[in-house]
Design a protein around this ligand. Structure first.
Ligand code: ZN
Length: 426
């Protein structure tokens, strides 16, 4: 979505702390300094598992046509008619729907034929699996809530993504480029995050925005159909691997390295950044005015996410540790030191400061960390701001600008993921 915000909620830091030159570095559980091998190419249409709801006590569900209900994999109900809307709830290890009770860990509503499953106000293809709210299989179940996860084929999933990620009026080539990037990203997540979780992707800006069947548009379907099975990959011939094809709303003039998000510095490859992009100037966030945030708000927002920061007393200042920009007029702060009134410092990624402030909800207009950070005493000012989102990989506004200029889908993708090859995996 052009006004997207990528929260990276899955990357909530979990106390991986490194004592380095007197500064605590708070990192994320996925931020290993040793890159993991990238997954191989898909060999068939993958099934995607998308988290559409969690931590709710109950939810209204139904179907638009024929359905089956499975309890722990066994069929417990089926009908050629639709399932009337009713409240699904879970209590004491049992599911309750209309007058029926099901003793099972997992309850699945399967849409048969052209039917869809209704969950809340949304319609979803294929099936929706309900589990007690435990994100990882085998982990302790939390009190009473549930997860709702839509299982469906990759191509149908992408149609529900594109319709939410891009404006309806945008060029079909921008849609096709986005389809290939989103397919690559999703496949990477299936093979990594999804291997140890009950779902592969969330349905919000923390991964890819997904609106299900209800969001689908003809243009989104067309873009997905005409790029069916195409993903991007890197690596030597015969040993190509997919990579995490990040993208964001507006890069502000130059793409960022994925180093701003996680992992070690990257000097080459499709996520190394540094690609000039003048095609996103139509975005209202290409440049944005200074944002002033009181230190108390910054400290509160960071303390919620980082225990180490809560122990700093109060916020004395924010220090920009490194500016990995191409020139001084284009600063890229990757790391910041959060300095406490007790004299201690905690180092975090600048992007995590932005995400913390977004979640806190009191700060408007801090659209990226492509900005300068200034201390004014009571507050911190973020000025010379450029772009919206993390700026890594494809720039959605830039893809639209390039498409209008007549660039092909391949040219658009090459400009944002240099060196990546296109493959039709199925
Ligand atoms: Zn751009």
């Amino acid at each position: 979505m052009p006004d997207r915000r990528r929260y990276f909620t899955r990357y909530i830091p979990v106390a991986v702390v490194l004592l380095l030159t007197g500064v605590l570095t708070v990192s994320c559980y996925h931020c290993s300094s040793t890159p993991k091998p990238e997954p191989a190419l898909p060999a068939g249409v993958p099934i995607v598992r998308v988290l559409i709801s969690r931590s709710v006590e109950s939810v209204n569900i139904g179907t638009t046509g024929p359905y089956e209900i499975h309890a722990d994999g066994s069929v417990v109900a089926r009908s050629m008619s639709s399932l009337p809307e009713g409240k699904l709830s879970r209590r004491d290890g049992r599911w309750s729907l209309h007058a029926a009770k099901y003793t099972a860990d997992e309850l699945t509503i399967v849409a048969v034929g052209q039917s869809c499953v209704r969950v809340g106000s949304g319609l979803y293809r294929s099936k929706v699996v309900f589990n007690a709210d435990a994100v990882r299989p085998g982990s302790p179940k939390s009190g009473g809530g549930m997860l709702a996860v839509n299982h469906l084929d990759m191509e149908s999933y992408l149609t529900g993504v594109l319709a939410r990620e891009l404006y309806k009026s945008w060029h079909i080539s921008a849609y096709r480029a986005q389809a290939i990037a989103a397919r690559t990203y999703a496949f990477y997540e299936i093979r990594t995050f999804g291997q140890t979780h009950r779902y592969d992707l969330r349905s919000d800006q923390s991964s890819q925005v997904y609106g299900g069947f209800s969001a689908e548009t003809d243009k989104a379907r067309r873009a997905v159909e005409t790029t069916r099975g195409i993903v991007m990959a890197i690596g030597p011939e015969g040993n190509e691997r997919v990579f995490k094809a990040y993208y964001s709303s507006c890069c502000g003039g130059m793409t960022n390295s994925a180093y701003v998000l996680s992992g070690p510095p990257i000097t080459s490859g499709p996520l190394a950044g540094g690609q000039k992009c003048d095609d996103c100037k139509a975005s209202s966030r290409y440049r944005w005015p200074a944002v002033t945030v009181p230190k108390k708000i910054i400290f509160r927002a960071l303390s919620k996410r980082y225990k180490q920061i809560a122990d700093l007393g109060e916020l004395k200042t924010i220090e920009s540790v490194k500016e990995a920009g191409a020139d001084d007029a284009f600063p890229r702060t990757v790391w910041i030191n959060v300095v406490g009134t007790n004299g201690k410092k905690v180092r975090i990624r600048a992007e995590d400061l932005r995400i913390s402030l977004l979640r806190d909800g009191q700060t408007q207009g801090l659209y990226s960390m492509n900005c300068r950070i200034r201390d004014t005493g009571e507050a911190v000012v973020f000025d010379r701001g450029r772009g919206f989102g993390h700026g890594v990989g494809l720039c959605q506004w830039g893809a639209q600008g390039k498409a209008i200029r007549g660039c092909s889908v391949q040219e658009i993708l090459q400009s944002y993921y240099p060196g990546a090859k296109l493959f039709r995996a199925y």
